[in-house]
Design a protein around this ligand. Structure first.
Ligand SMILES: [Zn+2]
Ligand SMILES: [Zn+2]
Length: 301
């Protein structure tokens, strides 16, 4: 069985929180990794309410340095220290992130007892046997990154074929899994004959950007696109001025990128009473599955 990716929305508001929605933060769990995408004010408390342990965070991915995406960082770093965090914390972000982290450490007298590695990233910036991480520049009022997480499909043994060719399970199968050929019952079998490759799974995060073509190419063929929809379609001019997306523009990105599922987030408080407006408008454009995220909404893939 392929290891599951679990995504928890810890905050789904924009710059102004509401009773129901906290500032932006999304946690992605995959095997031993916990990636936190943005850390708005109050994110630590959202961890508590969701009964999640912030000390399990391995990497912090910052989209950009607007307060609603980063104000939770100083408190979180302090909590990790007080809790005896003993891993290396990787912090990724767009241009100027090293400078901002330095300023933050100075401002709040943060001297972590654990190792912190800060990287300004673009393109593919992390790769392991199991997953990879990519960043792409978006167009916002500050340098801003979109991110994607790709779970690599594994080579799997076709058990039906083993049976058909009367190949017994055993150490030979390890070779097949590594993509090598084997010899069995006097015959040679290549890995291709007896195995298949699972497809990759791509999850893309686009927060705070004006509509742009790079967003479409970056989100291309995502299984899940998590995208901001700060405004309804009636406020297209305001969205353009503030460099944000409307419901319809987010759906347009999903449609053109041929994503399977679109999850909208980062809503203006003006839609708190009627978030369905955003959903309906998005559905007019994108005919795949569309969901409005809310705080503590969880999905598995
Ligand atoms: Zn924002
Ligand atoms: Zn912003």
């Amino acid at each position: 069985m392929v290891a599951k990716v679990e995504i928890t929305f810890l905050g789904t508001a924009d710059a102004i929180p509401t009773r129901e929605r906290n500032h932006t933060s999304i946690l992605l769990n995959f095997e031993g990794e916990n990636l936190l995408i943005d850390c708005g004010e109050g994110t630590q408390r959202q961890f508590r309410i969701a009964r999640l342990n912030p000390c399990k965070i391995t990497r912090l991915l910052i989209t950009h340095w607007h307060a609603d995406h980063v104000l939770g960082i100083p408190g979180l770093l302090k909590t990790l220290e007080l809790s005896g965090y003993n891993k290396t914390l990787y912090i990724y972000g767009p241009k100027r992130t090293e400078r901002f982290i330095k300023d933050l450490f100075g401002l709040f007298a943060i001297r972590p007892s654990y190792k912190v590695v800060v990287e300004e990233v673009h393109g593919k910036f992390f790769e392991s046997e199991d997953f990879l991480l990519m960043a792409e520049k978006m167009d916002h009022t500050l340098p801003c990154n979109a991110y994607s997480f790709v779970r690599r499909g594994k080579r799997r043994i076709d058990k039906g074929k083993l049976k058909r060719y009367r190949i017994k399970e055993g150490p030979l199968l390890q070779k097949l899994q590594e993509g090598k050929s084997i010899r069995c019952n006097g015959k040679k079998y290549s890995a291709k004959d007896l195995t298949y490759l699972e497809p990759d799974t791509k999850i893309c995060f686009i927060l705070d950007t004006v509509f742009n073509k790079k967003a479409i190419s970056f989100a291309k063929d995502s299984d899940i696109l998590i995208c901001e929809a700060n405004f309804g379609a009636e406020l297209e001019d305001k969205a353009k001025e503030r460099k944000h997306l409307t419901s319809k523009q987010a759906a347009e990105i999903a449609k053109k990128a041929r994503v399977k599922k679109l999850i909208l987030t980062h809503f203006s408080q003006r839609y708190d009473k009627n978030p369905e407006q955003i959903l309906e408008e998005a559905k007019e454009i994108f005919d795949g599955e569309v969901v409005l995220a809310k705080d503590f909404y969880k999905i598995e893939i």
